[in-house]
Design a protein around this ligand. Structure first.
Ligand SMILES: C[S@@+](CC[C@H](N)C(=O)[O-])C[C@H]1O[C@@H](n2cnc3c(N)ncnc32)[C@H](O)[C@@H]1O
Length: 202
């Protein structure tokens, strides 16, 4: 059996302490809320939830968040910080590339996770099947970069994405009202990296 590697084991304790990272995700969250109306009846999935940096901002606007992440160490840190998530919270340890979930969601949110996913077409299909009718998708990640965003590219399957490719994947999966634009800029000492937000509706 293939051994599972926790690529975030060495990062999980300090992940939320990087102020530039926190700021980037906060800007992404604002961009998501500018485009999508959430309500206190909604159950949302945060895909690749990590330590909960995105969920923190969406939580006050929804009933429940199911945080899905395959990293035991990131999930443990989220569990320790769970009081910061101001809605009902479920944490599911699962690799969404292979796992199937026995529930549907009113919305899916995700930040900075898509580049860790091998098969992008497949994950868009999965998002589609996991959503209720009229459910919303909001995915933010890197536009195409030169490979210097991460100091170590272990677990990185894509050096960002071309907008056209993402639009095609969303369309092929069956989504409607698809749009994509820059939502934030991630600042690193050596360079700035442009971040997109793709939104769509089932
Ligand atoms: C760069 S972190 C982003 C965390 C958080 N969304 C944020 O913006 O701070 C990417 C997260 O995606 C998770 N992840 C990567 N591949 C995954 C998969 N196949 N299924 C579930 N989670 C995954 C990682 O464990 C990690 O916690």
């Amino acid at each position: 059996m293939e051994e599972k590697i926790d690529h975030f084991k060495h990062k999980s304790k300090t992940y939320s302490k990087d102020s530039k990272r926190v700021q980037n995700v906060q800007t992404i969250a604002k961009g998501i809320m500018d485009k999508i109306n959430y309500s206190k009846q909604m159950h949302i999935m945060d895909f690749g939830s990590g330590t909960g940096l995105l969920s923190i901002h969406i939580a006050p606007h929804v009933q429940k968040i199911t945080a899905v992440d395959n990293s035991p160490s990131m999930n443990e840190t989220l569990h320790q910080n769970k009081d910061m998530i101001k809605c009902d919270l479920d944490i599911i340890e699962a690799d969404l590339e292979v796992a199937s979930l026995e529930q549907n969601f009113d919305g899916i949110i995700s930040s900075m996770t898509l580049h860790h996913i091998k098969d992008i077409e497949n994950i868009f299909h999965k998002f589609y099947t996991l959503l209720e009718k009229d459910g919303t998708l909001a995915i933010a990640d890197l536009y195409t970069e030169d490979g210097s965003f991460h100091s170590d590219n272990a677990g990185v399957h894509h050096f960002g994405f071309e907008e056209e490719f993402l639009l095609q994947c969303a369309k092929k999966a069956g989504f409607e009202d698809i749009s994509c634009q820059e939502v934030s800029v991630a600042k690193k000492p050596h360079k700035e990296f442009s971040i997109f937000l793709l939104t769509a509706r089932k």
